[in-house]
Design a protein around this ligand. Structure first.
Ligand SMILES: Nc1ncnc2c1ncn2[C@@H]1O[C@H](COP(=O)(O)OS(=O)(=O)O)[C@@H](OP(=O)(O)O)[C@H]1O
Ligand SMILES: Nc1ncnc2c1ncn2[C@@H]1O[C@H](COP(=O)(O)OP(=O)(O)O)[C@@H](O)[C@H]1O
Length: 208
């Protein structure tokens, strides 16, 4: 195809070393673990704990954290619905490249809109987008409030804060759900273990 989006007269260049060869080199399979949930639900905590767990098993992963990416790649974006959609689209595209590189890419973003997450899922081969829903009640997230943002949002000092005056659409068909048992949240290493077990069962932690 020579026209894509606003680009005309462009051509795809195939490289001689492909995804399969990279995966064989790494003895793993590339995929995207997409962690979604409210601010304070534990997305970054799970992402880091999973990264550590995979590293200890000799598996190469990389964390794409929403907050961090807004310091660089996405620093021209705010929190309007359009900007959030563009934020998710860009991270979806980057995550797809990491998965193609053979890595286990861990993306942790609020990603509040279902259609945006589904668009990222559609970028990847079937089964290679693993959606993890941090299903923590708003009261728990607000009670943690490590950055004091809920307090500011309640005081009207931040407008359009997810869960307060901006929507969060929970996944309908996620692969993994992390939730409390009897009001207790699983410890970070338990959450990471749950995701790592899923990756193992699905064959991502070995070459094909
Ligand atoms: N209005 C508003 N709503 C939600 N969050 C806000 C807002 N303003 C700033 N923040 C901070 O930005 C972090 C979320 O960035 P994301 O890129 O993950 O958001 S999104 O996916 O585009 O919705 C989020 O980080 P986490 O707490 O780690 O989720 C907040 O620290
Ligand atoms: N499983 C957990 N158990 C107890 N506290 C947690 C857990 N996960 C996260 N936290 C705490 O909750 C707060 C928010 O976690 P964080 O990972 O920054 O959330 P998010 O990235 O979704 O905003 C932090 O203070 C963190 O230490």
């Amino acid at each position: 195809m020579s026209t894509v989006g606003n680009s005309t007269n462009i051509f795809w260049h195939e490289c001689p070393v492909g995804k399969l060869e990279r995966q064989n080199l790494l003895n793993q399979r590339g995929c995207v673990v997409w962690i979604t949930g409210l601010s304070g639900s534990g997305k970054s905590t799970l992402a880091c704990s999973l990264g550590r767990e995979l590293h200890s098993r000799g598996k190469l992963s990389y964390v794409l954290d929403g907050d961090n990416l807004r310091h660089g790649l996405n620093k021209n974006l705010g929190f309007s619905p359009e900007d959030r959609t563009e934020n998710i689209r860009r991270v979806g595209e980057v995550a797809k490249l990491f998965a193609d590189a053979g890595l286990i890419c861990i993306a942790s973003l609020i990603s509040p809109y279902r259609k945006d997450r589904d668009a990222c899922r559609a970028m990847l081969p079937d089964g290679n987008f693993i959606e993890v829903f941090m299903n923590m009640p708003l009261e728990v997230c607000e009670g943690r409030d490590p950055k004091g943002l809920y307090k500011l949002a309640r005081a009207g000092k931040i407008k359009g804060f997810t869960g307060i005056d901006d929507p969060y659409e929970p996944p309908l068909n996620c692969e993994i759900e992390i939730q409390q048992t009897d009001g207790v949240c699983p410890a970070p290493n338990e959450m990471a273990g749950q995701v790592a077990s899923y990756l193992g069962e699905k064959g991502f932690l070995q070459e094909q």
